[in-house]
Structure formats: structure tokens, C-alpha cells
Design a protein around this ligand. Sequence first.
Ligand code: MOS
Length: 746
Amino acid sequence: MSAPAAAQLVGRGIDRVDGRAKVTGSARYTAEIPMPNAAYCVLVGAEIGSGTVTSIDTSAALKSGAVAVFTHENLPKVAKVPIFPSAYGGPAPGQSFFPMQGTTIHYFGQPIAVVVADTFEVAQQAARLIEATYLAEPAMVRLDDGRDRQYQPDKVFCGLVPATQSRGDFQAAATQAVHTVDTTYHFAANHHNPIECSATAAMWDGDSVTVYDSTQGIVASQLTIAAYLGISPGKVRVVADYVGGGFGGKAMMWPHVTLAPLIARELGRPVRVVLNREQMFYGTGLREEQEQRITLAADADGRIRGLRHHKLSVTSQFDDWAELSLEVAGKAYGIPNWDGRYRLIKGNIMTPTFMRGPGETSGMVALECAIDELADEIGLDPVELRRRNHAAVDPQTGNPWTSDGYLECLKQAAERFGWTGERPKTPRVDGNWRIGWGVGTAGYPVYLPGQPQRAHARLFADGSLVVQAATQDFGTGIATAMTQVAGDAVGVPFDRIRIDIGTTEYPNIAAAVGSMGAGMISAAVHTACIELLAQVIDLAIADDKSPLHGYDPHLLEGVDGRLRPKAEPTLVDSYADVLGRRGLTDIEAIGSWRPSADPTRHGMMSFGAQFAEVAVDPELGLIRVRRMVGAFAPGRVLNAKLARSQVLGGLNWGLSQALMEGTIADPRDGRWSNSSLLEYLVPVNADAPEVDISFIEVDDPFINPLGVKGLGELGMVGAAAAVINAVHHATGHRIREIPLRLEHLL
Ligand code: MOS
């Protein structure tokens, strides 16, 4: 028994199975789920950044029609739940601090009250009538204001990653260096702005609750709610039919996710909570403000012998969080001596969180811009400098990569971009514009889930197939890819397959974070479907009425709803006949996949290369990205169209990171002064450049059954650096403030 010889569906650019529902508007998102008698909850945020609440007057809100107001005085206490990344399969609150359990205010916008009313309009109006008084203390939000309070944590990232890491002897390498670059890049804070704001709705039935949640991990939501409420996960069902984008902001479960079922239980009626756009800036984590200092020590030929990478960033009062900026940057090149360190400043912000390419992308901006500076210093072409420093093996362990592809990506992207030979020393001039070119390396780790990933597959006697798994499609197109994987594994046509996802009643899949979704979900589906095919084969060969009776199961394959010998494709037995002769209505299988790749034997990373062409008008300070070219090696591509869409998003995110996104804190009270889509810039169509995306096929036999390394975030890494380096090429100015803004150029 084996998978069909020729994969027929996997890889093809098949249209999304949910495309029609989305474009016709029939797709229902969390805030739109009909719930009879539901009440609307509106959160009220603190108007100070630090201090205590001294009083909350709810009388005007209650007089104006609110059915209830919850504050620290009457909200039930929640259990203490430690934070843990959602990928590992446990409860995953975004921060260890839960609001409204006492009077302390740690950050501006921290919820101090929840106003409940029969309609959204009344709840909103009543929320404006909440009168709170405070004892305010000075709030510290900006990195520069807290520089003297920086500290060295033991670990960052939920206590899982050591805050100091090294290999070799950086100091020795620095002493022997012929060329040295020592440079510091500063990054503004970034905030989450998916199209669909976070929302949760909850409805109790006896002691069980159904929660609709806009989440990247329905199981993580389920476990987090159960832990906070102190009830069994079996009493919590989480549903997410459609999710309008996540990007890391819905990867961890923020307080509103628990407030909805908590308040619904208190009130004895269903409730919904929807964050508004401004509340997204205070309710779903952020990419923290940070600076990264890079020191490169290279020999005369441009071989980098040492990398020192020190990051200083702002975290909350209660968690040692830093996005993981050192990990990919520390392995992207074959640099033998490395000194990496995270330092933190406790600020009055909520705990930072994952944001697309969480850490990899900022770390690679710092490193890739520093490498551009080194290329200048040496007088070597930036592409050639990168080629010379390729990491042939994982530099931290010396182990081979499970698969690589970096040099092929660099070569292909450079050729498609037109960067063959050396980059011209001076930029081309086009009217008032100066045209600059930049390059950046992409890399993203292959993360493996900490628990088995499961899916359920069921073949009916009419030859149709249903696959179920507790995952959710938040825009990646995973349901479509699951259909392709299942179709190939069982040998059932695409239009005979139904994929059921979006409820925790199905077998457990970890949250889709860290670009793990496609790899782990395809593995679970494949495993279940192969198991199902084995059952069909066993039924057929044991049946003396089957033309395949007595056949060696290894010689059979399933194609198009029929079994056949690989060597004799005209001899067939249809699945309908195999089941029908036995009087079976259906057969089913649960597949359970556990990663077998061993990080102690292999380095695991996806690679790519990015190029950008920018036009800069130095008199007006305008920067326009004209072209971006990326080549990527993400292992097996499940669906060419979806993969391209993912990366297209990544390139535009990179442009956005380089030139647009940044939140500015008001030092008086710690509020984010541009907490709206008017003033928090993201690219629109007019900003989007011409894009050329290609994939390099690399075979990865270690990662998972289909060799899928994942590419959700890879497309963003290196893209911002390519843009920033192109601006330098165009202008000769090295801007080390991200995002680059008009004022930096004038
Ligand atoms: Mo992704 S930023 O790890 O959800």
C-alpha cells in the first residue's frame, strides 16, 4: 500500500474552496453568528498608563439602558494560567496578567469595565458614560525613556528561549577582523490590523459552553478558556468557521476571549464581544519597540567570522517577552562565532506577541542591512558577499539542513531581477527619481508541533470522502490544500471531497502559528487518508469477489475512486463496489502524525532571496517601491496559487515594515497616538509594486510526509531589508530608523 504514484492534486493552483462564500458575502464571521437573545459587550479601557483605579461610577451607564456593567468589583476571578506559545498545544493566554481582577493599571487601554446591553448601539453609548477616577503614576512606554532601567532576563518568549546565546568566540573573531561593521537599527512598535477585528461570542447550555472565536487556534482557545474558568476542556466547544486574517494577533488568547464566556455565564444569556479598530491596539499584543545592534567581523575576502547581535526591547510589567530576532539571523549564514543577547525594559504596555515573521523579520532587517553596510565597507557586491557566506550546514550545530536551496534562490531571484554581475555603483536616474536596488535574505525556521496532530477521514459507500480536523482557515487556504492532500492520498476526485474544520469537536490540531499550519495539517490529513486507503485495500484483497482478490497490497494504488494494480491499471475495483459488496455504509480512520525529524541531527530552516527596486525623489522625500522579486524554497508547495498569494502578502508586509508601519506612544500617558487606520499606515493598492515570485523545489524527506516546510512568514523575511538597502543605494543615506519616513530623507 502506498500513496498514488503521481500526485494529481497537490501542487496545482486550485481555487479556494471557500472563495465563493467569501466573495459573495455568505461567509459568516464570528461577530455575525446569529444567537437568539444575545447581549452585546463593549470594553472600556483605562485612560491612564500606570497606577490604580480609585472608583468607577456605573450609574449613568445603567440608567441609559445597560443591562449590566462588570468591573473589578463584580467580575468573577479567573484562575492563574501561565503563558505558553499556542503551538505547543496547551492553554495560551497572550499575557500572564488578566485585567479586572484588581485595581492596578499596567497599560493604557487595559480593560476596566465591560458594559452589556441588548443592542450594540446602547452598549456603546453606555460605555461612554462610565466614569472612572484614578491615582495615576508616570507611565513609561518608549524605549529611550527606559534605557537606564534595562535588565538582562534569563529567558524570553514564555520562559522557553535563553536570553543569551553563543557559539565560538566572538571577541577573538573581532580582534582578528580585517573589516568590521558596528551598527544599530531602531524599530518602532507595530500593531495588529487584520481586516476582521478580534471577536468572541459565547452561549452556555447547562454547564457547557459554545464559543465562537476569531482565532488562529480553536483548540488553544478551548484550552485557555477552560483553564481560566476552571472547567474541563470537554465542556468548552470553540467554533471558527471563517477568520478574517490573524498574522499572529489571533495566535494567543487575549482577555476578551475569556471575558465572553465568563460574562455569559454570569448573565445567563449569550453575549458577544467585538474589539473595535482602536481597541485592537490595546487588546491583541504588538510587535515591541526595539533596537538591534549588529557587529560583523569579516576577513579580507568578506568571509564573516563573527556576528554579535544584541537586542534591546520593551516588554510589559509582567512578562519577559521578546520576539525571537536572533534565531534566524544567527543561523542564516555560516558564521562560526556568534554572540546573541536579548535585553529588556519593563514598560507600561501589554505583553508583546507574535506578529508575522515574529522576530525573524526584524532580526533579518538588522542583519541584512548590516551586511549591506559591510559590502560597502569591503567594496564587494552585496549578492556576492551573501553567496560567500552561505551556511552550508546549520552553523550552530554543524548538522546538515534537512533541505536548503538558498544559493539557488539567490541566483534565480537575482537573474529574474536583472542583477547579474555587480550592482551599478551609482543609481540610475529617471527624471526626478533615483532608482536604487537592494537585496535581502529570507529565512524562517521549520517549527514542529509538540504533540501528535490528528485528522479523521471517512469514506462513504458512494465513493465520497469527508475529512475532519480541529483547525481553522484564517485566510491561508488550508481547507483547499487539505482537499488536495486528501484527494491524492486516498485517490478520490476533488469534487467528491468535503473538508470539515472550524470546531474543536474534530481531532486535535495545534494552532496555526509559526508557519506550521500547512506542514502539520497536511501531515495529519495524509496520515489519516493513507490509513483509510489501507483499509479499502485490505477489504478488497480479502474479498473473493474482487478482481484484486489475493493481490499483494503493496502493488495496489488508489486513483479516481478505484483501486488498481500499479502495473496493470485496467484491472479496477471501485471503492463503492468494495464497500458495497460488504454491505458497509462507510469506513473511517483517525490519522495521528508525530514529527520524526530530529533537531539534534538536522538544522531546519526555509530559505529564500528577495530583491527590491525603489525610486526615491530626494527633494520631496518620496520613496516608491517599483519592483520586488522573491525566490523561495519552502519544500513542497501544496497549492501554487495559494502559495503565491501568501508570499505576495509577505512582500507587501515587508514593504509595509520598511516604509509604513509604526506606532507612536504618547509619553504623557502611554497611549498609542495613531491607533487607527487613518494614521497607522499599511500599504494600499497604489503602494503595491510589480511583483515576481518563484519557487525553487527542494525535496525534504525529514520534516513531514509531504516535505512541506511552510511559507506563511518566509515571504516577509528579507523583504524589508531589500527595500531599505535599495533606498540606501538610491540616496547614499543609511537610515537606521524603521519605518523609513519622508522626514528621514529631507
Ligand atoms: Mo504567526 S506571527 O507565528 O501567527
